[in-house]
Design a protein around this ligand. Structure first.
Ligand code: KG4
Ligand code: ZN
Length: 347
């Protein structure tokens, strides 16, 4: 089955072609970073307008890359939520209408299911069941995954998502949008001895349970930054030290909660997905901490951790292959709990 995937839930337009026989055959992305940079964050109306400008050229580009015609498509999958309503509607309208005009089935994909399944696009994918840690700009979720669409929520952030914490802290440190990758790059340049002078809280680790809280961390960083400023020590090196200590606190919290979830569920496979899973320090820490326990972390390559069309094409292809279809209505759900998804038989 040959499926077009369309992602437009936030500030990236991603299109990809997935063939259930051959795997991923084309993948194209347009990032709106430059468009939103001047505003220090995503401007929803500008995002929607840009998606509508980019979709057709990107479709032409993936078809050319694969050497396919529109007629070669057997299905269209598009992100229908969660995300920005206007941005979602652009992709949903485009995808649903294209499928209708070609007389082929369409599938409305849950963005976080796309993330969750992205590591399965890699060689040596994990078998079900596994625990998934989903860390993006809008969500931090620990999920028990028994199969496609068979998800049990184990824990989530009660305030900021992990990516949001990176972005807000980056802003505090004077770094440009999007903050996460900039903060990670700054942290990499830190002198470990200076970073060790800071120890930020690991929220909710001292309590049982699998929920997260990240909003207190940015206050801790703010306090530390102000103190260093008042003492006249807030140079580039000090900022890097603070960034590294912040990153360490987030990584430590995520890894320890993930270990706890694996133990609770009696699983030894952990899937980590979403934009924050591109973080190098997190990837190293997971490897170091899970292997001695006989557990293993499964991650996608960094380009498939952040938003992309490939994960939507793949999630859509799995569901379409299992016989699921989305009706003719064009809909989008800015809020959409993952646990509401229908199970599917594939995989
Ligand atoms: O999954 P994603 O691309 O979009 C959403 O669904 O939200 O995640 C974006 C989030 C942003 O908060 C971004 O700062 C963060 O992922 N992120 C990172 C890194 N790359 C992206 N955070 C830390 N380190 C990174 N290398
Ligand atoms: Zn995402």
């Amino acid at each position: 089955m040959r499926v077009l995937g369309i992602e437009s839930s936030c500030d990236e337009t991603g299109l990809a072609l997935f063939d259930t026989e051959r795997g991923l055959v084309a993948d194209a992305l347009h990032s709106q970073v430059d468009l939103h940079a001047t505003y220090g964050g995503v401007v929803p109306e500008l995002a929607s307008r840009d998606h509508s400008r980019r979709l057709l050229p990107l479709l032409e580009s993936v078809l050319a890359e694969a050497g396919w015609q529109l007629d070669d498509l057997d299905g269209v999958a598009y992100t229908a939520g969660p995300g920005l309503m206007g941005a979602l509607l652009v992709g949903a309208t485009f995808g649903r209408s294209l499928a209708f005009s070609l007389g082929i089935p369409a599938l409305a994909v849950h963005h976080m299911e796309g993330h969750l399944l992205a590591p399965l696009l890699e060689p040596d994918p994990p078998a079900f069941p596994f625990v998934a840690l989903l860390v993006s700009g809008g969500h931090t979720l620990l999920v028990d995954v028994e199969g496609l669409g068979r998800y049990t929520l184990l824990g989530e952030s009660i305030d900021d998502a992990a990516g949001e914490a990176f972005d807000k802290t980056a802003k505090l440190l004077g770094l440009p949008y999007p903050g996460g990758p900039h903060l990670a790059a700054l942290a990499q340049r830190a002198n470990p001895e200076r970073a060790a002078c800071y120890r930020f809280p690991r929220p909710m680790l001292d309590r049982p349970g699998l929920d997260f809280s990240f909003s207190g961390l940015k206050t801790a960083v703010l306090t530390a930054t102000r103190r260093a400023e008042a003492e006249g020590t807030l140079d580039g090196e000090e900022r890097a030290a603070i960034a590294a200590a912040f990153e360490e606190a987030v990584v430590d919290t995520l890894v320890r909660k993930a270990e706890r979830a694996l133990a609770q569920q009696g699983r030894d496979r952990l899937v980590i997905a979403g934009g924050v899973s591109a973080n190098q320090r997190l990837r190293e820490a997971l490897d170091a901490r899970l292997s001695p326990r006989g557990a293993r972390a499964y991650l996608a390559r960094p380009a498939l951790c952040t938003d992309n069309g490939a994960m939507i094409a793949y999630a859509g292809a799995c569901r379409l292959e299992s016989g699921q279809r989305t009706g003719l209505e064009i809909g989008a759900r800015p809020r959409w709990p993952l646990a509401e998804l229908e199970p599917a038989t594939h995989g």
